[in-house]
Design a protein. Structure first.
Length: 216
């Protein structure tokens, strides 16, 4: 489980195909210094497990399915990725609940200045858009962001200069592809509304009690 608050960015060292997947090496001194083999780390929104450590370099195995479902297979040596270690019980919940399981890959349609901030329009498939709402949460390349407007085949968001500076999104341009994950709370609500009463009742009651849904 993650929050979508990027802790650091890392540099791709190698991406070696093999065994139906690939071996991925990321250099990030601060994250590697606290990591252990077996830890879960979100790499641009994709949850991967540390399989080896050597100095400031972390190694991960990426399955063939993950390569197909995310942008990780498109990375080139020297490319930057967003990094977030998994959530600890003592951490503050500053973003939203992020699983690190990418729902789909989207494409940046445009980016335009919006005062000191930057407005993005991101094309997305129905598999993501069906769970989005205006002012709701979405994860883009591992970054917890607020949806400004849901469109027919896209959504818009605005990022502040700080977010542009400390994540890879500030260097992204129109046409670039990004990993997308819809808010898991929205998925549960959608499932409940379309499945009717049943085993999810207790979950929905808890979500309502804590203010995640409107309740009755």
């Amino acid at each position: 489980m993650f929050t979508g608050l990027v802790i650091d960015t890392g540099e791709l060292v190698t991406l070696r195909p093999g065994g139906g997947g690939a071996s991925l090496e990321i250099r990030a001194a601060a994250i590697a210094g606290e990591a252990a083999i077996g830890d879960s780390i979100a790499i641009s929104g994709t949850c991967l497990t540390v399989t080896a450590l050597e100095g400031d370099v972390m190694r991960f195995h990426v399955s063939g399915e993950t390569l197909k479902a995310t942008t990780l297979g498109e990375l080139k040596p020297g490319g930057r990725v967003n990094l977030e270690p998994s959530l600890r019980p003592s951490d503050r919940m500053g973003g939203h609940f992020v699983t690190g399981h990418v729902d789909a890959v989207g494409r940046i349609r445009s980016r335009t200045p919006d005062g000191q901030a930057t407005r993005y329009e991101i094309e997305a498939p129905d598999a993501v858009l069906m769970y989005l709402v205006d002012k709701g949460s979405v994860t883009v390349d591992g970054i917890s962001l607020t949806v400004v407007k849901v469109l027919r085949d896209a959504f818009t968001l605005v990022i502040i200069p700080h977010t542009a500076d400390v994540t890879t999104l500030g260097a992204k341009a129109a046409g670039d592809r990004v990993n997308l994950e819809a808010d898991i709370i929205g998925k549960y609500v959608h499932r409940y509304l379309h499945k009717g009463k049943g085993p999810d009742d207790a979950l929905m009651a808890s979500l309502s009690k804590h203010g995640f849904t409107g309740g009755q």
